[in-house]
Design a protein around this ligand. Structure first.
Ligand code: AMP
Length: 426
């Protein structure tokens, strides 16, 4: 299978070859043909599978092969949940359209809107956007979605987790009814299926390698450790292993900041990336990490979602996520494209339940090790950390969270509540 045999135009093939891609990834091989045929597509794929090119390449092919008026109404909208993902998708759009006569722009919150409005005024074919800023600029009359021909909803599951359902519904009403729709999601809950049903028209369903298969190529390890010794252990592992590029996950933004400071004190260059950081700070941290100026990037789940950092050798869970699926997303950052990767989790007694849930989800028993001098605390409680306690300690507020842990909700409700709390903390 080659990109050429998928029927992509010559300028796109040139851009693909400039990127160094030789063969389409499975999701690209499956998604590109139906998208080129103009069909609606529902794709199950997470970051790291090559999904962005999976929808961007055929989208660019269609737009360039069917040119429209000179004044360039916006013809394609790509909606993403986070600013980082929007910036990355846009970077991809720019690269793949290098040899085409197409213009694009990206808009997201947290930065000055004036330059964004100015770019749109000049006329663009493709708009990459996060929901809030899109609706904001549309209601100011700075842009119109009335001429959209292709709509892409990227990371639909995260969109719903972040509470964007209303915004998506609003955006839908601003576009013409007759259009092509592409929806990408890593997971397929009842809510996602419902959303897909409301957006897509007789969709072709495509799937990348199931998540569990990806997990199998990653070497996973658990270090049982006392909570108070986690910082010492992570510094030891990174220093002794002389690891150069390590992505570390914490559950809260405050935890990310604290750990980052301790790393720096220990002489390890580190930066934190989370929801409280300005766009500029996030971009700078990511660029420093990618160029290996920074050895350790400490991230929360939401901030890390969609980050395009290929081939990471080491991912460390400083704390386990309380949502098991997030573990799969996190460790999917390593061992990409067949390269070997190691995913390490530092697990204290109060995370025992999370570890059990994760092992159940991935259907694997993760090998456990104990490092001398960093043993687990035999007297520590194995009760899970209460969401509210953590938030209370960190933020001095949040009174509802404890209820969600104690209630006898169904698993789905439990996960939804956990997500809501996580989103606040991330
Ligand atoms: P994505 O899942 O879209 O975030 O892509 C993950 C990474 O894979 C990005 O760094 C892409 O540049 C890279 N990539 C996408 N398609 C291919 C391909 N066909 N061959 C090699 N790398 C690819």
């Amino acid at each position: 299978m080659s990109f050429k045999s998928l029927g992509l135009s010559e300028p796109l093939l040139r851009a693909i070859s400039k990127k160094g891609y030789e063969t389409p990834s499975p999701i690209q091989a499956k998604a590109i043909p139906p998208v080129l045929e103009g069909k609606d597509v529902l794709a199950s794929a997470q970051t790291g599978t090559g999904k962005t090119a999976g929808f961007t390449l055929p989208l660019l092919h269609y737009l360039s092969e069917n040119p429209k008026q000179k004044f360039r109404p916006i013809r394609a909208l790509i909606l993403t949940p986070t600013r980082e993902l929007a910036a990355q998708v846009y970077a991809n759009v720019k690269e793949y359209s290098e040899f085409l006569n197409l213009r694009s722009a990206v808009i997201f919150g947290g930065v000055n809107q004036k330059p964004q409005i100015a770019t749109i005024r000049q006329g663009i074919d493709i708009l990459v956007a996060t929901p809030g800023r899109l609706i904001d600029l549309q209601s100011q009359g700075a842009l119109s979605l009335k001429r959209i021909e292709v709509f892409v909803l990227d990371e639909a599951d995260r969109m719903l987790d972040m509470g964007f359902l209303r915004d998506i519904e609003r955006v839908m009403k601003l576009m013409p009814e007759k259009r092509q729709n592409l929806m990408f999601s890593a997971t397929f809950s009842k809510e996602i299926k419902k959303l897909a049903y409301s957006i897509l028209n007789n969709p072709v369903q495509v799937e990348a390698t199931p998540e569990n298969t990806a997990v199998e190529v990653i070497e996973q390890k658990v270090y049982r450790v006392a909570k108070s010794k986690k910082t010492g252990l992570i510094i030891k592992l990174i220093s002794d292993g002389n690891w150069k590029q390590v992505l570390v996950f914490t559950r809260t933004k405050h935890g990310a900041n604290r750990l980052c400071e301790k790393m720096k004190k220990a002489g390890i260059s580190a930066a934190a990336i989370h929801g409280n950081k300005s766009q500029g700070a996030r971009t700078k941290a990511l660029a420093g990490f990618k160029s290996s100026k920074i050895r350790v990037l400490v991230a929360t789940d939401i901030a890390a979602r969609g980050l395009d950092i290929p081939l990471l050798p080491h991912v460390i869970n400083f704390e386990l996520p309380n949502i098991s699926e997030d573990y799969v997303h996190r460790i999917g950052r390593t061992g990409r494209a067949g390269a070997s990767g190691e995913a390490i989790s530092l697990v204290s007694a109060d995370e025992t339940t999370y570890l059990r849930d994760i092992q159940k989800l991935i259907d694997t028993k993760i090998p456990v090790e104990i490092v001398e001098g960093f043993e687990p605390d035999p007297n520590a409680s194995t009760e899970p950390i209460k969401q509210g306690q953590n938030a209370n300690r960190n933020r001095g507020r949040n009174s509802n969270s404890n209820k969600s842990v104690k209630s006898k909700n169904s698993n789905r409700n439990k996960n939804r509540n956990r997500r809501r709390n996580n989103d606040k903390r991330n």
